[in-house]
Design a protein. Structure first.
Length: 95
């Protein structure tokens, strides 16, 4: 198979990682993935990407992107107009 782009390489590597983890799950006689299976799928995926010439972990280290860092909090938007205050009840005494 000829891999023409990074997108195709990622699709191929992810499929290979999932297949490897699924084989591991079936061999163990389970129906659901464990944390170790997820780690195995990630290892297989990154190894295949490295074999194809896409060293993703090296890119992340060079870029200084923190892995597993939480997203920055979203700042709420300011309202354009202030809310209308409740109407004031005026009591007039007509005598």
């Amino acid at each position: 198979m000829r891999v023409k782009s990074y997108t195709e390489a990622v699709r191929l590597a992810r499929a290979a990682g999932e297949d490897a983890a699924n084989r591991r799950v079936r061999r163990a006689g389970r129906k659901a993935w464990s944390e170790a299976d997820h780690a195995h799928a990630a290892r297989v995926t990154s190894a295949l990407l490295a074999d194809l010439g896409y060293d993703v972990e090296g890119w992340i280290a060079l870029a200084g992107v923190p892995r597993n860092a939480p997203e920055p909090p979203v700042k709420p938007k300011r309202q354009r107009r202030p809310r209308r205050k409740e109407p004031v009840q005026l009591a007039f005494a007509f005598a």
